[in-house]
Design a protein around this ligand. Structure first.
Ligand SMILES: [Zn+2]
Length: 477
C-alpha cells in the first residue's frame, strides 16, 4: 500500500538561474529591494506582504522574488523584471509552523469523544491491534492534506513508524520534524527500549541529508519513560546536536503526582536531573510548571509548544504562556494530535490561545495578536531550531509561504492585520501554499496528494477501527 494516494513530487528539482528565458532580470529603479534581485525567476506581485521579520515589516503593495527554494528579494514599489504572478491584492505571509502534532492519529479523530476512559478502553487496544506502518501512512496523508489546505508548511510529529511519516511528508512536499516515540508502554513499532533507539538511529541516518525532513527523538513523557531513558535520550541528543528532541512535559495532574511520589520533586526537575532540558528540547504543553520550573526552563533554553484547543478540550486549565514568554522562553503554537485537538491548522488555534490568556489575566491586554502570530510563525520555527531558515519572509530564507484571500467580507475592514488573522481568518481563506519555492496548493487544489484517494483510504481504515470498537463494546457488556 506504499504511497497510496500520493503523487510523487519532483523533489530536488532545480530551476535554471535567471528569468523566464534564462536572462538575469535587471533591478528596477525605484524598487525598495532588500537584496540583489539578479537571477530571480518567480516574482509574486501586487500582494500585501507580512514578513514577520524582527521589525514586523510589511510591504503593501509588495512583491517577493523567489529563486529555486529561497526568497531572493522582496520589497514594495515597482517589482523587478521576471516571471510575474499577480496576487490580486491577497495577503502573503510565512507558512505556519506547527511544532507539536501526532499526524497519523487523524484516524482516531472524534472517536469516543465524551468517554472518560477512551484512551484505555479504545485507543490503546486499537493501536496495539491495528496500527501498522501502512495505517500510519494513510493517517499521515490525511493529516498532510489538511495541513497544506490550512496553511501549515512545517510540522513536528511524534508517533510510531516515523520513517513512513517522513515518506508521506516528503511526497506531500511539506517540511517536517519526525519524532520516534520512546515509551515504556506497548508500542506498535518496538517492543523494547533498545529496539526504539535502533529505530531512532535508523531514522536519523535515513533522513540525514534531506533538505526538508529532520529526524528527532521523542521520549513520550517523564512518567512514561523514567529517569534512565530520559538520560539515555539526553546522551543521544548530545551526540546529535542538530536534531530536536520532543517530549510532553508538565501536562497532567497525574504526572505531577507521579513525580512527587517517585522522586519528591517536580516533573520538570526530574527531566533536568536526566539532562534532557537543553535548547534542543521542545516541551509540549507545560500546563503546570511552578515558578521555579519556569526559571529552570528559561535558564536551560528549553522551547515550549502550546496546544490551546487540546488543553481546553481536556479541561486541564490554562498554560502560563505569558509567564513563560516573559521569562524569554520561546513558545510555538501547536495543535497536538487530532484525537486531542481534532483539527491541525493553526488558524483554529489563534483565537483560543489569545482568549485563554485574556481569561487568565482578566483583561484584554495579555498576549496581543501580533504575539499570537509570532508564535504561529517565528517562534514555532525557533522551537524546531529552524529560525535561520523559516518562520519569516526574508532574503535568503526558504520560500515557505501562504497566500490568503482577503475576499470574504468577514475579514473587513482591516484596522490591524494581526487581529484579522487571529480572530477572523479561517483555514479555508488560504488560497495557496508554497514550501521551498514549490506550490503544494493553488486555488485550493492540492497538487501533491490525490485528495479523493487519501480520504477513501482513511475511511477504509476507519471502518476496520469501527468493527473493533463494536467488538470491544460487545465484550465489555
Ligand atoms: Zn501530544
Amino acid at each position: 500500500m506504499s504511497t497510496k494516494g500520493i503523487a510523487r513530487p519532483r523533489v530536488g528539482e532545480k530551476r535554471p538561474p535567471g528569468g523566464v528565458d534564462g536572462r538575469c532580470p535587471a533591478q528596477t529603479p525605484g524598487a525598495t529591494a532588500e537584496q540583489d534581485t539578479a537571477h530571480t525567476r518567480l516574482i509574486l506581485t501586487n500582494a500585501r506582504i507580512l514578513t514577520m521579520d524582527a521589525a514586523l515589516t510589511e510591504h503593501d503593495p509588495g512583491w517577493i522574488a523567489i529563486e529555486g527554494d529561497r526568497i531572493a528579494a522582496l520589497g514594495s514599489g515597482t517589482p523587478p523584471d521576471g516571471e510575474h504572478l499577480d496576487m490580486g491584492g491577497d495577503l502573503i505571509m510565512p507558512g505556519m509552523v506547527n511544532p507539536h502534532c501526532h499526524m497519523p492519529m487523524t484516524l482516531f479523530r472524534g472517536l469516543a469523544e465524551d468517554v472518560d476512559d477512551r484512551l484505555f478502553r479504545y485507543i490503546l487496544p486499537l493501536e496495539r491491534a491495528l496500527v501498522t506502518a501502512d495505517v500510519v501512512e494513510v493517517g499521515t496523508a490525511l493529516a498532510a492534506l489538511e495541513l497544506i489546505r490550512g496553511g501549515v508548511t512545517t510540522v513536528a510529529d511524534m508517533y510510531y513508524f516515523e520513517d513512513r511519516v517522513g515518506d508521506v511528508i516528503d511526497a506531500a512536499g511539506l517540511r517536517g520534524v519526525i519524532g520516534q516515540t520512546l515509551a515504556d508502554f506497548a508500542a506498535p513499532d518496538h517492543s523494547t527500549m533498545d529496539d526504539g533507539f535502533a529505530r531512532l538511529n535508523d531514522l536519523a541516518a535515513r533522513f540525514a541529508d534531506h533538505p526538508r525532513i529532520t529526524a528527532s527523538a521523542a521520549p513520550h513523557a517523564p512518567y512514561s519513560t523514567g529517569l534512565d531513558v530520559m538520560a539515555r535520550v539526553a546522551e543521544w541528543s548530545a551526540a546529535h546536536p542538530d536534531l530536536p528532541v520532543q517530549m510532553h512535559l508538565a501536562e497532567t495532574s497525574d504526572e505531577l503526582a507521579w513525580a512527587e511520589k517517585t522522586y519528591g520533586c517536580t516533573t520538570v526537575e526530574i527531566a533536568d536531573r536526566a539532562g534532557i532540558l537543553t535548547p534542543r528540547l521542545v516541551a509540549a504543553h507545560l500546563l503546570y510548571p511552578t515558578e521555579a520550573d519556569m526559571d529552570l526552563l528559561s535558564e536551560r533554553g528549553v522551547h515550549a509548544a502550546h496546544n490551546a484547543r487540546a488543553n481546553g478540550k481536556a479541561g486541564r486549565g490554562i498554560a502560563p504562556v505569558c509567564a513563560l514568554r516573559a521569562r524569554g522562553i520561546n513558545v510555538g503554537l501547536a495543535t497536538d494530535g487530532p484525537m486531542s485537538g481534532n483539527i491541525l491548522d493553526l488558524f483554529s488555534q489563534l483565537a483560543p490561545a489569545s482568549m485563554f490568556q485574556k481569561i487568565a489575566g482578566g483583561s484584554r491586554k495579555p498576549l496581543p495578536c501580533r504575539d499570537v502570530i509570532r508564535m504561529a510563525t517565528t517562534e514555532g520555527a525557533a522551537a524546531l531550531g529552524m529560525a535561520d531558515r523559516i518562520g519569516s519572509l526574508e532574503p535568503g530564507k526558504q520560500a515557505d509561504l501562504i497566500r490568503i484571500s482577503l475576499a470574504d467580507p468577514r475579514l473587513h475592514p482591516i484596522y490591524d492585520v494581526y487581529s484579522m488573522l487571529t480572530f477572523a481568518t479561517m483555514p479555508t481563506d488560504v488560497r495557496a501554499t508554497m514550501v521551498a519555492g514549490r506550490w503544494l496548493m493553488e486555488d485550493r487544489h492540492v497538487s501533491t496528494l490525490d485528495a479523493e484517494k487519501v480520504l477513501s483510504d482513511a475511511l477504509q481504515v476507519a471502518r476496520r477501527f469501527n468493527a473493533r470498537i463494536v467488538e470491544i463494546d460487545a465484550t465489555a457488556t
